[in-house]
Design a protein around this ligand. Sequence first.
Ligand code: ZN
Length: 498
Amino acid sequence: MTTSLPWQNLQQRLLEINDLQSAAALLHWDQATYMPPGGAAARGRQLATLQRLAHDRLTDPALGDLLERTWDWPQGSDEAALVRLARRHYQRARRLPNAFIGELVSHQAHTYAAWAQARAEDDFALVQPYLEKTLRLSRDLASFFPEAEHPLDALIEEEDPGYSCRDLKALFSELRQHLVPLLAEITATPPPDDACLTQYFPAAEQLAFSRRLVARLGYDLERGRQDQTLHPFMTKFSLGDVRITTRVREDNLGEALFSSIHEMGHALYEQGIAPHLEGTPLAEGTSSGMHESQSRFWENLIGRSLPFWEWCYPQLQAVFPTQLGSVSLEEFYRAVNKVRRSLIRTDADEVSYNLHVMIRFNLELALVEGSLEVKDLPAAWNHYYQTDLGLTPPTDREGILQDVHWYGGQIGGMFQGYTLGNLISAQLYEALQADQPDLGSRVRRGEFAPISTWLRTHVHQHGAKYTPQELLQRATGSPLRVEPFVNYLRRKYEEIYS
Ligand code: ZN
């Protein structure tokens, strides 16, 4: 990179914004792991201060002047991509008035607290007025982007740039046509017995095992660490410090195991970004969907595959001989791939998972369009669950209050990334398998480096240099398709369920 003064100035300004955001991320990580309850009030304020400072810097007209200069970086260079992305961040941030940001940040903290209480007391009414304000703020947010074809587009664009509400409706309806009959076929046959997963498994052993496992799969513990939390997540403070959190349940072996592999998939993406992008807007995943594709790739395509368990199961049995000693590999494999109609998205199997996402997407759509009011949301939720999954939640805790997303301060643009991620993960797997026909036998031998190297080469190293559409096209040779995911499910579950 050149050392021209304006370029250095631009880089310095972007670095400072990045530092403020990283400091906020560290405070948030601490809040979700080790902070004593007494720290909550001040922590909310401290986070708001850092967010405001970062927003002030990002919307500084002096930064705008630098970004609007004519830069002569060649097309395709990192520098040209950096300018394009920083302009995008600047222009989006400039649309949002400071007063609006302040109101949003303070509302986020209050809504989250109200949700936690409503969930504990299983009473949606406690959070309803907050959610009504959230909807108002989300519509206001969308209104700052009046050029969007649909108000939801502005909200989706922030998380999954390049996908419109119209695209997603078409994609989801195509996917749905495959999933509904597949789920019906599978659930018409007797389900596998998964009782082996719900015995007593001491937390310390589970944590030690998942830590060894993620290190073996490629997570660099010299540049990361794993801690416990209530709602697992991955966070990054620099490319040298990418952390994951997990949740352990002593009565359910799957929880820590699969959430660790999932968050590790997110972490490998961030750890794999090219070091020279550090501190720039390019040093992050390119979209929610692409990020989720990495976590789901490892959690499901690898972590719930038969070759993986052929390698891993004897080691797990050695740690839990009393619980698993007499459970065969075949039984265990079927247990971790049990398909059933269920109420909770995060517990859902690969086949029904996207139906949970579509319910939320449709509700967001109706709320933002104004055809559904917040007070009618629990009834609408229950109606969709009955229609699509054949179940009605007995409590709001198992229904409308289960996911944190809407209670974090925004309705709209929050869920599509999960389904995009599932589709992308299968499309990447198909491309990887074409490049490495012996993939299955490598996994069976516990050789994961060729996989992470492939992902780093085709996805991770680029960070946010390419749009998700460009990146997928480059990695797989085609735009997003539904077939790889549907074919993967059909092949896998026809074998398990005969
Ligand atoms: Zn995830």
